[in-house]
Design a protein around this ligand. Structure first.
Ligand code: AVJ
Length: 320
């Protein structure tokens, strides 16, 4: 197997620093919060994979349905030479795109904060696509967009609905930053979950088997390990609520009793009251009009908007 280049804009040390400041800020604020990016250690990533196979969690299946149907249209519209995938690792979707784009594609650039996982995935893809240059980038797409490799006819894919995890201000900043890196002939392929019946949404984030609950509590295990904390994950209940005004799902962890938590690595003591809720994730749901407006405000134009047959999930193709 030939060696593929890796660009590292983010070191393990940078990540550790960000975790420290995120946790200190989040646990000392009112209400307490933790950002969702820390769910995804090895166990968290495996739990998320399990979530994508749950009957209640429709987004992954719906997005795949759209990709299967529209990959040829995406290839025809973009003629992409380079595919940059933000938050890469969604192996199956990547393959669908790579196969559809094979007529024009020269390079594939998976971008993720976690190097280990990326390099394995990239090696597999390189082996299956001889002639395709795979250039792995370890970066935080909220910080390092301007450092991503350039070139002509780039397609930037941001799939899975992960854009929904950004609070509105961060989302606007992200789209503006992304726009600034795009040139004529480049495209953005954006996966976004759509507003729908609240009951279905809540079930997708509070499944009967309790996998999402374990996924949510996993952030406490990550903090225990990385920051020498003593959270008792069983002392926190999983909560998923639909915020009708903001049009997002909020995941929270609710303290089942009064308790004190020591975060040794931060020399921080935190107390939780019985019933106190800490927000761990927002997952915004969209309408076409809002996507079009936000893309427009960021200086992008919607070229195509596709949904699955039941209108649950969307894929948008946009250009500067
Ligand atoms: C991977 C961020 C798209 O928001 O639906 C799944 C993560 N959280 N179940 C989402 C998640 C709870 C997921 N994303």
């Amino acid at each position: 197997m030939k060696e593929e280049p890796v660009d590292r804009f983010l070191t393990a040390d940078d990540l550790a620093k960000t975790l420290r400041s995120d946790v200190r800020e989040g646990l000392t604020g009112t209400p307490k919060t933790l950002p969702p990016k820390w769910f995804y250690d090895e166990r968290g990533s495996a739990l998320f994979e399990e979530i994508t196979r749950l009957e209640e969690y429709y987004p992954t299946r719906r997005e795949r349905e759209i990709l299967v149907a529209r990959a040829p249209d995406i290839a025809a519209a973009t003629g992409a030479r380079t595919l940059l995938e933000l938050g890469a690792g969604s192996g199956e979707k990547t393959r669908l795109l790579l196969d559809a784009l094979s007529g024009t594609l020269r390079s594939y650039v998976p971008v993720d904060v976690s190097g280990d996982f990326l390099e394995d995935a990239a090696a597999g893809i390189a082996a299956d696509h001889p002639g395709l240059t795979v250039r792995t980038v370890v970066a935080d797409y909220e910080q390092h967009l301007h450092l991503l490799p350039g070139g002509e006819r780039r397609l930037v894919a941001f799939l899975g609905g992960t854009i929904g995890n950004m609070p509105p201000a961060a989302r606007i900043g992200f789209l503006g930053g992304l726009r600034a890196t795009l040139a004529d002939g480049d495209f953005l392929l954006l996966g976004a979950d759509l507003v729908k019946d609240a009951e279905r949404l809540v079930r997708a984030y509070d499944d009967a088997a309790g996998v999402t609950a374990e996924f949510n509590r996993n952030v406490l295990r990550v903090i225990n390990r990385e920051l020498d904390a003593d959270f008792d994950p069983d002392a926190f209940e999983h909560v998923a609520v639909w915020d009708d005004a903001a049009e997002w799902i909020e995941m929270r962890l609710r303290s089942v009793r009064d308790q004190n938590v020591r975060v040794g690595g931060l020399d921080l003591d935190v107390s939780f009251a019985a019933g106190e809720e800490m927000r761990t994730e927002i997952s915004a749901k969209f309408r076409r009009e809002r996507l079009e407006a936000e893309l427009g405000a960021a200086g992008m134009e919607l070229a195509e908007f596709w949904t699955d047959a039941s209108g649950d999930f969307s894929l948008t193709l946009a250009r500067p």
